[in-house]
Design a protein around this ligand. Structure first.
Ligand code: M3P
Ligand code: FE
Length: 309
């Protein structure tokens, strides 16, 4: 697919209850690379194979959860065009100045009907993946440190009015609907999986009465063995695991879900398939949702469906 508009999830800013504990967890257990700290007390991380400065940003707060999600767009002309498109669609935006987020250009911020703060940006300093651009090695020490996901993959957000959220993503931001889960009425969408790329999803939403909630941030692993190794590392470090290792019916992703020490759920994920924008949407009916959630066990895990941060 020729990718010319919104490229990918670029960063997510998450609140943690104890910064030192979180820095240890994300640095040593998750194996993310710390790339900076700012005067607002935020700590910046990236996954080992990411080229841009940062993708996972934490700050200490009274409550866990997500502050904002940022998607990278192709260039500043695209940023301007998408901002105009949002405004014409009735979505109010504001600009956050370059440098407000370390090594990141101007951001166009808006609030989704689901209550999430969402932003687009075109520029972030490229720091490289540590292996250079000439005759690079396939991996290096950082790729073996801790769980060591390859990159930030997607996030699942819970909030109200996902039909309106879907309209913004489809009509203005150029995403397409890859999969959906229907509610008990077999008509209303209870969950939507949206892609702006060749990935099986770049972001997903589940209908939920409370606005602005985080279900999970997902990190890409490059093999099923690496997902199992992530599970080993979780156990060695007494990380609270929610479900898995297993496979979703939805997206066919292979996965483990666990919580960081503050109660923010994360996913170590691999697999799925590679949809094109002309693919037709796959639908999961309510009576089959247990398979959608956990294909081998066919189980509606209570904790997975009810706990958000
Ligand atoms: C994923 C995924 C639900 C399924 C979630 C699926 C909420 O997180 O990565 O495909 O049932
Ligand atoms: Fe996921």
């Amino acid at each position: 697919m020729a990718m010319t508009g919104v490229l990918r999830p670029g960063h997510v800013a998450v609140r943690v209850l104890d910064l030192d504990e979180a820095v240890k967890f994300y640095g040593d257990v998750m194996g993310l690379v710390e790339t900076g700290r700012d005067d607002m007390g935020r700590v910046y991380f990236k996954c080992w194979d990411e080229q841009d400065h940062s993708s996972y940003i934490i700050r200490e707060a009274e409550q866990a959860g997500v502050d904002f999600v940022g998607f990278k767009v192709l260039d500043t002309a695209t940023l301007d065009k998408l901002e105009k498109g949002l405004n014409a669609y009735g979505v109010e935006t504001r600009r956050l100045e370059a440098g407000d987020l370390l090594e990141t250009g101007e951001r166009v911020r808006f609030t989704l009907p689901s209550g999430h703060e969402f932003e687009l940006y075109a520029e972030k300093t490229k720091v490289g993946n540590g292996m250079g651009l000439t005759n690079p090695a396939p991996w290096y020490t950082q790729s073996e440190h801790g769980i060591a996901p390859v990159r930030l993959d997607h996030m699942l957000l819970y909030g109200p009015d996902i039909a309106k959220v879907k309209a913004i993503f489809e009509d203005v931001l150029g995403f397409f609907l890859v999969e959906r889960v229907l509610a008990e009425d077999n008509e209303t969408e209870a969950g939507i999986w949206l892609s702006c790329s060749h990935k099986v999803h770049d972001i997903a939403f589940v209908e939920y009465p409370e606005p602005g909630k985080l279900h999970h941030t997902s990190f890409l692993m490059d093999s099923w063995e690496r997902v199992l190794r992530a599970g080993d590392i979780m156990s060695m470090n007494e990380v609270a695991v929610d479900i898995g290792p297993t496979r979703h019916g939805i997206t066919r992703g292979c996965t483990i879900y666990a919580w960081d020490p503050s109660g923010n759920r994360f996913e170590t994920f691999m697999g799925g398939y590679h949809p094109y924008p002309d693919y037709e949407t796959i639908t999961w009916t309510w009576d089959n949702f247990a398979q959608g959630l956990d294909y081998p066990q066919r189980k509606l895990h209570e904790s997975f469906l009810t706990i958000v941060s």
